[in-house]
Design a protein around this ligand. Structure first.
Ligand code: FRU
Length: 500
């Protein structure tokens, strides 16, 4: 059977633009029942080009409806990444006739200036919407922050600082983060820098986010800083690191205990897979909800413009809820899919206590029982031995996506080296991807979401996450498992088929 690109590769439940190029998520806010998602978009081609902000809305962060383009490039430049806030008290004065303004801040990227060899080609600008984010008016006095002679100066993310009663904005400047504050979203004052001696500096810093979080189970409030880095992620290429610390309205200081959390690159990663980049959180989530909600771009600059889809390029990760935990004096940012995904379960296959014989591949389910287009799978293994546990999705053609844990060498892995179409880029699957295995007793709990072209694996309640895309030549047909040296048992395998 010959499959169309739509049939084989268009995700079932991950946002993709109807047509053409997409990268970072931008300007996400919640208002009046809708989650808004804007995105870096080139509507006239399937590779990166003059950047616009595309727009989509959703009532549950799962089903998205694409809306008309929100921001178009103009004589001041392309519209790069940024954020949006609901200015409920009209601090900006953009509100009219009782209408609450939504204010977006983005980076103008002036291509002409860049071509001339100037380094001050990026500046920050604002726009406002009086119709709940559908149409936007750019501010007449843009830019609101001129370039201070720094080459990479972009991706403003605004947050309301409830303690100090002012807007705080973070942006990426070279390989540091700069903090600003404002009372009216128009006049910005520089506060401080962060990042010189910490974090991965293997690439340019991009798309920061700063937010306060309650440490789970306590009253303690900490601040989390997300920083995407263009290259040099744990598995090479682009990836997003995070820092936990304190913010006093002026400076961000990493918590002294968090230093122990940093890896060989001096970093800590929100996701160890190769395909979660430039992710940030939604603004204006009501206190009654209280969640910290995140979405990332499910690709990597190493190969994003080469992935084998023609009609559209790239999708977003599933929307995720972030949680901050502290165990044994260690802060940890965990992520899990938003709970709304469970409203889409259409069929459940449950198996308890499945005995797996060592050295033998055991089929867990196949396409006579479930449709592999979109699955939400949960399972648990107790008493992990010093062994390698390999789970595998594959088809008769031999395309496979494997994942699991090597408990000899203490790493999780995701393996797309034989996943079908991989030759479009040498960086796509040169090796298996790894993540440090943080043993939790000796039990392993796994949740994963499978779509036609992506796997998102959440180990031990979202403590370690691996997100990877793949392009099989035929649809996936089977799910199996194999251990090398010890028999073992899978407790409670739950396979939820999702229907959208
Ligand atoms: C991150 C990024 C941002 C920039 C945008 C341009 O992926 O490079 O820093 O604003 O993409 O499209």
């Amino acid at each position: 059977m010959v499959y169309s690109e739509e049939e084989l590769y268009r995700p079932e439940f991950h946002f993709t633009p109807k047509a053409n190029w997409m990268n970072d998520p931008n300007g996400m806010f919640f208002y009046n029942g809708y989650y808004h998602l804007y995105f870096q978009h080139y509507p006239d081609g399937n590779v990166w080009g003059p950047m616009h902000w595309g727009h989509a809305i959703s009532t549950d962060m799962v089903t998205w409806v694409e809306k008309p383009i929100a921001l178009f490039p103009d004589e001041k430049g392309y519209i790069f990444s940024g954020s949006a806030v609901v200015d409920a008290n009209n601090t900006s004065g953009f509100g009219e006739g009782g209408k609450i303004p939504i204010v977006a801040m983005f980076t103008y990227h002036d291509m002409d200036k860049e071509k001339q060899g100037d380094i001050d080609f990026q500046s920050q600008a604002i726009a406002y919407s009086l119709d709940e984010g559908l149409t936007w008016e750019k501010y007449a006095d843009n830019p609101v922050i001129k370039n201070p002679n720094i080459k990479d100066f972009r991706d403003p993310k605004i947050v309301w600082d409830a303690v100090n009663k002012k807007w705080i904005m973070v942006l990426a400047a070279g390989q540091e983060i700069m903090f600003y504050s404002s009372k009216n979203l128009k006049d910005w004052e520089f506060l401080s820098n962060f990042g010189e001696n910490v974090g991965s500096h293997n690439g340019v810093w991009e798309c920061p986010d700063l937010f306060a979080m309650q440490t789970e189970g306590t009253d303690e409030i900490k601040w989390v800083l997300l920083v995407s880095v263009g290259s040099g992620g744990y598995n090479e290429g682009s990836a997003t690191q995070y820092f936990v610390g304190d913010f006093d309205g002026k400076t961000f200081k990493i918590d002294p205990t968090f230093k122990d959390h940093l890896d060989k690159n001096n970093a800590s990663w929100i996701d160890y897979g190769k395909d979660n980049y430039a992710g940030v959180t939604w603004s204006n989530i009501p206190d009654t909800d209280g969640r910290k909600l995140f979405i990332g771009w499910m690709s990597n600059w190493q190969y994003a413009i080469k992935v084998p889809t023609e009609k559209w390029r790239s999708s977003m990760t599933v929307a995720r809820e972030l949680k901050l935990t502290k165990t044994d004096n260690q802060y940890q940012l965990k992520s899990l899919p938003v709970k709304e995904i469970s409203n889409y379960v259409s069929k459940t296959v449950k198996k308890s206590s499945i005995s797996i014989e060592k050295g033998k591949r055991t089929l867990l389910t196949n396409n006579t029982l479930v449709d592999f287009k979109s699955l939400d799978i949960h399972f648990k293994i107790n008493n992990l031995k010093e062994d390698t546990y390999t789970f595998c999705f594959d088809n008769k053609r031999g395309d496979s996506i494997k994942f699991g844990v090597n408990n000899n060498k203490q790493f999780y892995f995701s393996d797309r080296t034989a996943s079908g179409n991989i030759s479009f880029s040498k960086d796509f699957a040169p090796n298996i991807s790894k993540a440090p295995y943080a043993a939790n007793g000796n039990d392993l709990e796994v949740r994963l979401l499978l779509d036609k072209t992506s796997i998102e694996i959440f180990y031990n309640n979202g403590e370690t996450v691996m997100t990877e895309i793949f392009f099989p030549k035929n649809p996936i047909e089977a799910f199996s498992v194999k251990s090398e040296n010890f028999n073992f048992e899978i407790e409670n395998l739950i396979i939820n088929e999702l229907n959208f």
